[in-house]
Design a protein around this ligand. Structure first.
Ligand code: ZN
Length: 273
């Protein structure tokens, strides 16, 4: 772990910053998040990692999840997505400890980190540094949200293959840089790792698309149509969302199209597809 685990971490969003206004987390004062009850509170990666466990377990055969127990801040878990050229760490969490680093090392380590959107930046630089300062891919549209220095590589355009078989797609849902990750999977049937950009909902045959989840602000119809169009020729049987077990197990591409159509019909807009 880096010696900078004492840098400030927001308790509500779990993001680690180089420096902060003590009264204000820039992520949580944005309308897509919220300031916790009782006002702004800060902690550190070291403190949270000491009071929580960082767990590494298979989300399903061939795909490993990395999460925090008990849950902290937004509560997302990261994914270790394998392939030629090494593992990609998809999204991040706030905690990191020696046991988790050792387990991930046994699983092949981390060759690159990529983020779906700023709410999951968490301790991404700590994770990158723990595996040799590997590159961290963030879409350039979200550059203004970068919370601290690190081996950041901004990328541009609609898609980019960052490791063999692992391709980022910028849907612009939730954040302008909001992106998902396509992976052929170990079985070749394809999976889309989405964070909450394409959100796997409680009925796991469906997904949704929101500008803000905590404040229930819907995503714009044009962005949803654009997402459906971007994914039209992308093959994936599964969608793996941001939390443990939030997985659409089959016909996930169909689920995106059906869910987008249902969403647009509910807000009174003709789907157009
Ligand atoms: Zn925050």
């Amino acid at each position: 772990m880096s010696s900078r685990t004492e840098l400030p971490v927001c308790e509500t969003c779990g993001v680690q910053f180089d420096r902060v206004d003590p009264d204000e987390c820039p992520i949580c004062t944005d309308e897509r998040q919220y300031v916790g009850r009782g006002g702004q509170r800060w902690t550190t990666v070291a403190e949270v990692s000491a009071s929580h466990r960082t767990v590494v377990r298979e989300e399903y055969p061939g795909l490993w999840g990395i999460g925090t127990e008990p849950t902290f801040a937004i509560g997302q878990r990261a994914l270790l997505v394998p392939g030629d050229g090494g593992n990609l760490l998809w999204d991040s969490i706030t905690t990191i400890d020696d046991a988790a680093i050792a387990r991930v090392t046994e699983l092949g380590g981390v060759s690159a980190v990529a983020l779906s959107h700023p709410h999951y930046y968490s301790a991404m630089v700590e994770w990158s540094e723990a595996f040799g300062d590997v590159p961290i891919y963030v879409h350039e549209s979200d550059r203004a949200w970068l919370p601290r220095a690190g081996n950041i590589r901004t990328w541009s355009g609609d898609s980019l293959e960052i490791l063999p078989g692992r391709t980022l797609i910028n849907t612009r849902v939730h954040f302008a840089g909001g992106s998902v990750l396509h992976w052929p999977g170990t079985d070749g049937r394809g999976a889309l790792c989405t964070g909450d950009i394409v959100q796997v909902v409680s009925d796991r045959r469906w997904v949704s698309f929101m500008y803000s989840y905590p404040n229930l602000i819907p995503e714009h119809p044009d962005t949803i149509r654009r997402t459906v169009a971007l994914l039209e020729n992308v093959t994936f049987e599964r969608i793996v969302g941001a939390w443990w077990d939030r997985v659409v197990e089959e016909d996930a591409h169909g689920a995106v199209v059906r869910s987008a159509r249902r969403y647009l019909e509910h807000i009174g807009v003709a789907p157009g597809f």
